[in-house]
Design a protein. Sequence first.
Length: 232
Amino acid sequence: MLITLVDTILNLLISVVPIFELKSKFHEELEYILTSYSIVSSDIINFKKVVDIGSLELFIPPDQLDTRYNYDFTNINDNKRTFMRGNFNYNRPYGWKRFALKVLDKYEDNTWFGAEGRKNEQHSTQNEWPVCYHGTVIYNCRSIVENGCLLSKGKRFRFGVGIYSTPDINVAAEYSLKFAHKGSYYIVVIQNRVNPKSLIKISKMKTNIGEYWIAPTGDDIRPYGICIKKVL
């Protein structure tokens, strides 16, 4: 039966790449994926560890990563300097390690990313998009990297339909499920740029946790980094 195959794969994942704090949700999603690809219990599946970044093994193809722009914010102290992206305050992910995705020339141009014309690291460029964060779980990373943030994945739209994010990584972290790796626990947050022309802001007064940003469609938000933090 398919359920037996799912259990077998979960056991293989635990033995080959022991980083997941596996939940029933992962079990359900894996069964759905196998069914989508018409995989049955008699099929042979080959596993391969795709990449090892910072000793944390993620199922992300190497051609999606741009290690030139990895950045360790773990011990960074900017002494209250202000950083801007898209004429919005850029709250840098202090205390986190950021693994960069390959996004240059991925879209119609690189203006949204501020790839050219920046005076220094604190300034915005013209028509640049601001930075936001989206808390997630480790086994969703590959899907987000390859397909972007999909509106169809949303389940709760408290303040209207759209893809939810926040300019504060600490708020995003509240929506990240921790995973285990070599005796420690970590959380993961996706770093994105969001279209300021369509951006809907929900104040902290309404959310009671922090400012929310809502992108109406998946085209209005673009992942460009994976931030990982050790929590225990």
